[in-house]
Design a protein around this ligand. Structure first.
Ligand SMILES: C[S@@+](CC[C@H](N)C(=O)[O-])C[C@H]1O[C@@H](n2cnc3c(N)ncnc32)[C@H](O)[C@@H]1O
Length: 218
């Protein structure tokens, strides 16, 4: 088994030979969180949406089938993830409904007020200064646009032994307070317990959380 520090590094930024393996594990482990986030998003026909940190994009087909004429942009700073997601979703890209970019969320390569909704799942732990990412998300959202943070409760994250290696953990309340300070108003918090699984020699049950916030314009 790979050591915990290596797993933590791969989750932060999948790279090299192990990137596809870690992406496969994330796809299984984070499916309950994606289900919760998609249900929470109150998508409308024709929404233009950005996902930050999409991993290998296993969920793009499902996402784009949730409503008519959705357009999804994705940004991830892992070259391997962008390459894999591009290869596996070529028909969606060719159809003009999916646009993928390699880059970081603290410097989003999009015009002001482009998106109806922005979401990210299991990404905020890697933001050293969340304010610089939230500022960018605020900028690219349309007035009144929504930002959805998909995460696990802090207690859940502490069940996972690799999170001690460089994960910046947040409670639901501490994250709400950060988001509210950056020009958003948290409007709802959705929670659901994931199915339990056996890992690291014990039974683990995570709790998924999706925090809905609205861009406030002065
Ligand atoms: C733990 S994985 C989660 C992947 C997927 N969202 C999921 O829930 O299964 C974190 C992903 O976010 C990406 N990522 C982390 N920080 C990022 C940043 N600042 N900008 C863009 N992508 C980032 C990583 O490359 C990785 O693909």
């Amino acid at each position: 088994m790979k050591d915990l520090k290596f797993i933590a590094q791969q989750l932060r930024k999948p790279a090299g030979d192990f990137a596809a393996t870690i992406a496969g594990k994330m796809n299984v482990g984070n499916k309950p969180l994606y289900d919760l986030t998609f249900r929470s998003m109150n998508l409308h026909d024709g929404d233009t949406v950005l996902e930050i940190g999409f991993g290998n994009g296993f969920h793009f087909t499902e996402f784009l089938s949730l409503k008519n004429d959705l357009v999804l942009y994705g940004i991830d700073y892992s070259e391997e993830m962008v390459n894999q997601a591009t290869t596996e979703n070529m028909s969606l890209i060719k159809s003009g409904r999916l646009f993928l970019t390699e880059g970081s969320s603290n410097q989003l390569p999009y015009e002001n007020e482009t998106f109806d909704k922005v979401f990210c799942n299991m990404v905020i732990y890697f933001w050293e200064d969340p304010g610089e990412h939230l500022k960018e998300i605020y900028r690219v959202l349309k007035p009144g646009g929504k930002f959805y943070t998909g995460m696990r409760t802090k207690d859940s994250m502490l069940e996972l032994p690799f999170t001690e290696f460089g994960f910046k953990l947040h409670t639901v309340d501490s994250w709400i307070s950060i988001v509210n300070k950056m020009g958003f108003e948290v409007s709802d918090v959705y929670r659901k317990k994931d199915p339990a699984f056996d890992d690291f020699d014990k039974k683990v049950q995570l709790e998924s959380v999706c925090i809905e916030s609205r861009k406030i314009t002065p």
